[in-house]
Design a binder for this molecule. Structure first.
Ligand SMILES: [Zn+2]
Length: 157
């Protein structure tokens, strides 16, 4: 069921749930490069993730403060805290390096040979200023799930 989508968060959830009971998510912190999208932020809440740490905000589809705050809006499921801005510049550059690549598996690959890797990092957008960027100290002995960026043939979101 969870393998139907290839967002990094779903892959991480599938992997941890294949080895541990669902209840382990209540003591699991997820670390992900980009703020989870609205769909993933909702799934993480419904599955009861303890907290989420991410590198850079997702200002198009973010569900943890970038566009919506699915993690803490009113819901029947308990909210979870998010901590954004961890290695923000490194996360932005990781994505830029990814997106200047060509996708040879695409039906009609876009020609990106002339694309330049931008290196300028703008300050955090004012609209995201309310996002929590404090870094909490992880509790020792807790389980950690790491969501890695999607493979080059999949959209990130
Ligand atoms: Zn997602």
């Amino acid at each position: 069921m969870l393998q139907g989508t290839r967002h990094a968060e779903f892959i991480a959830l599938s992997q941890i749930m294949s080895k541990y009971p669902l209840s382990v998510l209540h003591e699991t912190d997820l670390y992900v490069t980009v703020e989870p999208c609205i769909m993933c932020a909702s799934a993480l809440r419904q599955f009861g993730i303890r907290s989420v740490y991410f590198g850079c905000a997702n200002d198009r589809f973010g569900g943890a403060g970038g566009v919506m705050s699915i993690n803490q809006d009113r819901s029947v499921d308990p909210p979870y805290p998010v901590y954004g801005g961890l290695f923000r510049e490194e996360s932005i550059m990781l994505l830029r390096r990814y997106y200047v690549q060509e996708n040879k598996k695409a039906p009609e690959p876009k020609q990106k040979k002339n694309r330049e890797l931008k290196t300028e990092i703008l300050p955090i957008n004012v609209k995201n200023a309310g996002m929590p960027i404090e870094v909490a100290t992880p509790v020792l002995g807790t389980r950690v799930a790491t969501a890695t960026p999607a493979a080059p043939d999949t959209p990130v979101g």
